[in-house]
Design a protein around this ligand. Structure first.
Ligand SMILES: [Zn+2]
Length: 433
């Protein structure tokens, strides 16, 4: 509740919410579900592209850059259809559940059939992702993404046609038909300043603000994006977003790696959230972003596994601190409790689940139990459990994942997807050329 570790805690749950938190309860009573380990609020994966999971291993060969990686990614995107995407996302979200993730923010832009031909059901791909999350037993915020251009004043390339609705207005009309439910929130995204022309940004912003929906955008992942934006507009991507009303407390900028001091002040001063994706950023050699400066400036920091080079929010969390140590050669930029908050409460808020992310009465009954008796976590005194988990545990140490009071993962096994590795193998084989 207050960031400290308490022994012998009982969480009373009714109708999917926590009704009471009782401490000093002793041994579980008959009828209780024992959750042995460190139970924390549900982990939130605030930035995901489910289909990138099919690239794991493939893009770890040879040299290459973000831009060559992107070519491989387009090849997989080309082979997706609603059925294949459902199967792949179901397996990937089940992998997330096993790693303790209770909510995923899916930054979704593969909207149409190859060539840009709409499906009979225009939201068939988005609906496949929503159904996949329900099957995998985790919540989803579908961040339906506006993607209209290949770059500043550059028309779409052939493999990007299926990402585009043509105009922001047409994007808004299609996204309008998506419906939230108890497991699903609908949010919006502007893919990036490269992919959404500045004149189209206000339509996306208005759509999101009108619905009080989360609004996300990729921001300054690569210096090349900054250079192209300066050449086209004479300003940084952050300045361009701020001028067009994109920044603000309901907005999350993803990556925010290459920023000026003025960019940091604009993001922090407006309360714009920042989603950092350390395992992807290191995999793609993007760089280390100024997460500490952003936090100090006023930006809530959340985490995402993005390309799913690995799916492990604890690894993302400790990377924030460990990257900073390598960069500055000093320690102690983030406490373990702060890192845990980025992986839970901050991420849930960035995805519009303000009542998840805390263990207190009234909150959604979403939580994750990490075992304290594995080879990685055994040893430390119970009062150091947070430090042990954040700095040494991984997804494989997650024992239980509870979503809305229901055990999605029980004793390390998925309750609804019996063989997750097999599901991944089959779904990935189906989309690999
Ligand atoms: Zn991304």
């Amino acid at each position: 509740m207050d960031g400290t570790v308490r022994p012998e805690v009982a969480l009373d749950v009714a109708d999917g919410r926590i009704t009471a938190v009782r401490t000093g309860v002793g041994a579980p009573a008959p009828g209780d579900v024992p959750l042995r380990g460190l139970t924390v609020p549900g982990l939130a994966n605030a930035h995901s592209h489910a289909f990138h999971r099919a690239l794991r291993g493939v893009v770890q060969q040879g040299t290459g850059t973000f831009w060559t990686w992107r070519e491989s990614m387009y090849e997989v995107a080309e082979r997706l259809d609603p059925d294949r995407y459902f199967a792949l996302a179901r397996a990937v979200y089940a992998e997330m559940a096993l790693a303790g993730i209770t909510t995923v923010g899916e930054f979704h832009y593969v909207h149409h059939a190859p060539g840009g031909v709409p499906y009979t059901e225009p939201n068939a791909m988005g609906e496949a992702l929503i159904a996949a999350a329900a099957e995998a037993g985790i919540r989803i915020t579908l961040l339906d993404t506006c993607y209209l251009a290949a770059g500043f004043d550059q028309p779409l390339e052939a493999h990007q046609l299926r990402f585009s609705d043509g105009t922001a207005q047409a994007w808004a009309e299609r996204a309008e038909a998506l419906r939230p439910d108890g497991n699903t929130r609908i949010g919006a995204a502007a893919h990036s300043v490269r992919a959404v022309p500045a004149r189209e940004l206000p339509t996306v912003v208005e759509w999101a603000r009108h619905r009080r929906a989360p609004l996300h955008a990729h921001l300054s992942e690569q210096p090349a994006e900054n250079a192209a934006c300066q050449a086209a507009h004479g300003r940084t991507p952050t300045e361009l977003l701020a001028e067009h009303g994109v920044t603000g407390p309901d907005t999350t900028a993803v990556h925010a790696t290459h920023l000026t001091e003025r960019d940091i002040a604009l993001l922090g001063g407006s309360g714009t959230g920042v989603c950092v994706c350390p395992t992807t950023e290191r995999d793609l050699a993007d760089g280390i972003g100024p997460a500490v400066d952003l936090r100090e400036a006023g930006s809530p920091v959340s985490l995402g596994s993005d390309s799913h080079a690995v799916v492990d929010l604890l690894e993302e969390a400790r990377a924030l601190e460990l990257n900073e140590r390598l960069r500055t050669r000093t320690r102690g930029h983030w406490t373990a409790a702060e890192l845990l908050r980025t992986a839970t409460e901050r991420g849930q808020a960035a995805l519009g689940w303000a009542t998840a992310g805390r263990l207190e009465p009234g909150a959604l009954a979403d939580f994750t139990t990490v075992a304290l008796d594995t080879v990685r976590t055994a040893g430390p005194e119970p009062r150091w459990a947070t430090e042990a988990v954040v700095f040494a545990a991984g997804g494989a140490d997650v024992r239980h994942t509870v979503v809305g009071g229901r055990q999605t993962v029980r004793d390390g096994a998925h309750a609804r997807v019996p063989d997750v590795p097999r599901a991944l193998t089959q779904a990935i084989a189906a989309v690999r050329a």
